[in-house]
Ligand binder design. Structure first.
Ligand SMILES: [Zn+2]
Length: 250
């Protein structure tokens, strides 16, 4: 499959410490803590010297900005485990220098955003976390791993480790929300009006000619429709979802 990189990145400094072309599809996320409330630029400087022998795919600064140090197509040198890093996207998050290595709220929110984005682009349907080292590699049961399972380290720190369940839950909620669009509807009212916007106050600009199947790309609540309004993929306008039957996820 074709690898892509996150559009959320605002700073890129590719590290020499990487293996070109990962040998396994991306099916895992490994979150790390930096041990330092640093910026994406300073993390880039940390990974720049060859002598460092370390990198991560992404890093999140204390301010919530996201940096990239190793493209997703390549394997980062991050988790002290080659097999893990060949299949995982690794993320370093700026953290306090002392236990529990807390991260800022901005960094935490950016981490959720980045995980949602990684899952969407790589076809990971859900993040799964059981805090069970024996499930390493069994991605249908658990697809998040932690550095402390591969090396004698505290990483990702108790602050993030204890939030792995919450991170998975929040990411999955976001993925489910976004997954519902677009979808197909069958229209049962041949005289259904198409309006310029989501509500009866918007001008009629046509009507659905005949009964058919349409693709809804956006939903909004608005006057005159209990079920809300759906935007037609064709770009023609909005229809009331009251007379539509959802036929499947697309
Ligand atoms: Zn780590």
């Amino acid at each position: 499959m074709a690898y892509t990189n996150s559009p959320l990145v605002s700073y890129t400094k590719i590290s020499p410490n990487r293996t070109k072309n990962r040998n396994h599809a991306i099916d895992t996320i490994t979150i790390h803590c930096v041990v330092g409330q640093c910026s994406v630029e300073s993390l880039g400087n940390v990974f720049a010297p060859v002598s460092r022998q370390a990198s991560s795919n992404y890093g999140i600064g204390y301010d919530g900005r996201i940096g990239m140090y190793c493209e997703e197509k390549d394997r980062s040198w991050c988790s002290s485990n080659s097999a893990n890093d060949h299949r995982a996207v690794t993320i370093e998050v700026a953290s306090d220098t002392e236990p529990p290595y807390a991260v800022t709220d901005k960094a935490y929110r950016a981490l959720i955003d980045l995980c949602v984005d990684i899952c969407k682009r790589n076809g990971i349907k859900k993040l799964l976390w059981k805090a069970d080292k024996s499930l390493i590699g069994q991605v249908s049961k658990q697809n998040m791993t932690v550095h402390r399972w591969f090396a004698n380290k505290a990483c990702p720190g108790d602050y993030l480790y204890e939030r792995h369940g919450a991170i998975a839950e929040e990411v999955n909620r976001r993925l489910a929300e976004e997954k519902t669009l677009p979808y197909l509807v069958r229209i049962s009212d041949p005289d259904m009006k198409i309006r310029r916007g989501p509500g009866i106050s918007f001008a009629e600009i046509g009507q659905c000619t005949g009964i058919g199947v349409f693709t809804i790309v956006e939903e909004k609540s608005g006057s005159g429709s209990k079920s809300g309004w759906g935007k037609l993929k064709s770009g023609l306008g909005w229809i009331s979802l009251d007379c539509c039957t959802k036929i499947n996820d697309k």
